[in-house]
Design a protein around this ligand. Sequence first.
Ligand code: PMP
Length: 318
Amino acid sequence: MGEGQKQGHPAYLWWNGERVRWEDATVHVTDLGWSTVGGVFEGIRAYWDDRAGELSVFRLQEHLDRLVRSMKLVRLPLDYSVAALTDAIVDLLRVNDVREDTYIRPMGYAGNTTGKRFAQVGGESHVLINTHPMASHLLTGLQYKAKISSWHRIGEDTMPPRVKNFSNYRNGQLASQEARLDGYDTAFLLDRDGKVTEAPGACVALIRGNQLITPDLTSGILESITRDALLVLAREVLGLDVVERRVDRTELYVADEVFTCGTAAEITPVVEIDHYPVGDGAIGPKTRELERVFHDVLRGREDRYAGWRTPVGVAVPA
Ligand code: PMP
């Protein structure tokens, strides 16, 4: 464990092209506000493989490609290549001597926004990369009860749902707060036609018979990298028929199994929705199997998908 990690933070961050000691990465308080409205981010995980003594980042290239798309969509210039950001993340994990499951959060935001407010076209952007420990909950039996939110998911006519734009997240936060206050663990947001979109910060899939059904990429969802990986594993390892299409609310109520998925959510089984038990109200066998396969892929115990992992080489002196 790195020196800083013991104090509850990493020793270093990466900020605008260089490693910066955590204590030195400060901004003036008046910089907050419009810069965060103009920000986008990524959420990436690295998993520790205790057998090999190695840390691997999951689908790093795909996450950075999505950061490029997010920056483009909100018209923020990105001054670093994907290769440079890849090196920065690997360097950061090494110099922080990270030897545990970790969340990596790159963010791009409008710099020098004082007096600029809305338009911010052609302005400068800043990039920060932060890391913090985040243990995996796969195979721990974690299970959620969900409600259908009274909040609808943002749509193409208001905000760009397919990218990780910070201000999109108030939508999921409101749904999440409502769910918690009402005694549930999470929520599902519908679109204005009443079709299923996502949970706050996670995609949704259901299983009926041999089909795994999930809202398609034009259903107002984030272009999720976990969802994409799980569709491959469901098809290739579990032999399920994967169907991407619009999904009705009532399909959730009559599904055999339901789970949410995402970088932080990993696979989170949902066992009850609006007081309807999902299947028999316990984690279903296909979800369990998918969790096991996904766990093995993330931890480096499944060679077939080794291309999804970027080994950090924490044993190599930084
Ligand atoms: N939807 C939203 C709104 C999210 O924030 C996330 C988490 N990034 C997801 C879905 C899942 O995406 P991913 O698998 O790429 O983490």
